[in-house]
Design a binder for this molecule. Sequence first.
Ligand code: HEM
Length: 405
Amino acid sequence: MSLLERFDTLDPEVIRNPYPYFAEMREKAPLFWIERLQAHAVSRYEDATYILKNPALFSSVDIRIAGKLPKDRSSLELGSVSNLLSSDPPIHTRLRGLVSRAFVPKRISEMEPRVRELSKGLVAEMTAQGEFDLMDGLGTPLPVTIIAEMLGVEPSRRRDFKLWSDSLIEAGSEIIRDGKASEKNIRLGQEMLAYMTEIAEKRRREPRSDLISMLVQGGEGAEPLTPKEVNSFAILLLAAGNETTTNLIGNSLVSLIRNPEAYEWLRRDPSIAACAAVCEETLRYDSPVLGLTRRTTQEVELSGGKVPADSTLVVLVASANHDARKFPNPERFDPQRDTTGLLSFGHGIHFCLGAPLSRLEAPVALQELTARAPRLGFAQRQPERIDYGMSFFLRGPRSLWLRKN
Ligand code: HEM
């Protein structure tokens, strides 16, 4: 029986290792109908880039997943406010213009000393124990603390911030599985909204040097965001920026431990450039984001056939990154390869705004970890089958028990 006959986005086997399924899609069914999501999966590099480059044909607005529109899927009542991710030009162009100032490379590179200090502290504390959970000790707290500091969240609310971030992701999976978010996650979402509204109000009255102040104030020729837009953006940063970077840190360690040659290469030269190369290859080889969604605005032709207007596409960027037509010998993890063109941060107008931040955080974290614990292996308590949670769209270990060798 073909692997694809039993493909299901909720199957633990698929979630644990979707790559053999993707390989079969690329070869035999480049346009593959996913029943559970009521969507066509697109798996080849050429189709993926074509779709992401053409927002007029492939919209980010009102995408149905499992037949449901975002307003039916949302556990948070934001009215009709669009965020960056779920808007098309011209709304997207305006919003992106307003918020992109906060993420320009210069501003991000100025954060290096803080990212390093935080990573150093977390690594020291974590590796003081013989065995430790990398996700709990470093992968999770690093990005969530940095984004909380950027936004200007009070330190006392940092734990809540992480809770809210997790509940957003969990609610997304619940909606696909059960048709609605759980009471708990709806309550956490409402709690977060109330808190963010309060912060935005405070910063409007008494601005500081944080991101929320910048957004509510406008300035440098930019108009201020409305309170709902600020909320919506803060939520997007939480959802888009935390788990993804956490996953990247986790996936890079899994890749290194399973590929001793690459790990040895890094140990011989643990420079920041080498750490960055490992992170780039991890992005390609084991992408933190598996798929992006789009809606066709008219009938289109892709490899594998025609797709009617108003259909949902799942652009499998993780599969595109393994397309041998673009990346030769794609199943080999090789930090020295050319990864130009990888699609893990998307492509085109929605290209990840936080990419420079993750490209700062993950290599610094890896460098600090390698300096203190250069030879890590899986701890005995780490099950051979890593737990990847239940989300098909985001991929990274829930916990990763390591020990110093
Ligand atoms: C957009 C991946 C980290 C903020 C995206 C997109 C991808 C992505 C694939 C495009 C979505 C689409 O086209 O539909 C990742 C990965 C990350 C990461 C793999 C880490 C390894 C971050 C961080 C932040 C962030 C740290 C912010 C702090 C955003 C925002 C967008 C976005 C705001 C929307 C941009 C737009 O629509 O114009 N990200 N992301 N991301 N990401 Fe990231």
